[in-house]
Design a protein around this ligand. Structure first.
Ligand code: HEC
Length: 129
């Protein structure tokens, strides 16, 4: 009985707290959704065919060392516009073209980058030239 009473009280407190902090709690949920959306986009656009994300325990699917890109994780250093052009094969990054053309939207790409930025930079597993 005692326990149950406490449970009810705790529940009431949580309700009060979440109403009081309604706005920030909502923001946190939206942020969380965005991050997992980034992972979903990463998989939907098959970035994991060539890129591992070790921090998220995602392996590169290809066995081909020629196709394989560097392991990803951490924020992308390039400017978003430059990077977007690069993955769309409309531009180069450090004088190199991307292997695969990204056909999604800027929002999808941003979600992917936001998600990657959550991690510590990955140690590159790119084959040395
Ligand atoms: C067919 C294989 C392939 C696919 C699919 C692919 N990539 Fe890549 N990616 C590469 C390769 C290879 C490189 C390295 C290019 C180079 O340095 O010559 C690269 C480079 C990159 C880089 C730069 C990494 C660095 O440290 O310079 C990023 C970021 C990146 N890819 C993100 C993505 C994202 C996001 C997707 C999905 C939308 C994707 N890639 C899909 C092969 C692929």
């Amino acid at each position: 009985m005692q326990m149950q009473f406490r449970g009810v009280k705790l529940y009431a407190m949580i309700v009060i707290l979440s109403v009081a902090g309604g706005l920030s709690a909502g923001d946190a949920v939206a942020e969380g959704a965005e991050v997992s959306a980034g992972k979903a986009e990463f998989l939907t656009h098959k970035c994991n065919l060539c890129h591992a994300v070790p921090a998220a325990e995602i392996d590169a699917k290809t066995k081909s060392e020629k196709l394989k890109g560097p392991a990803l994780g951490g924020a992308i250093e390039a400017d978003f516009g430059v990077f977007a052009a690069y993955v769309r094969k409309q531009g180069e990054l450090d004088g190199k073209a991307h292997k695969k053309e990204f056909k999604g939207t800027d929002e999808e790409l941003k979600a992917i980058l936001d998600w990657l930025a959550e991690f510590e930079p990955a140690e590159s597993s790119a084959p040395s030239p």
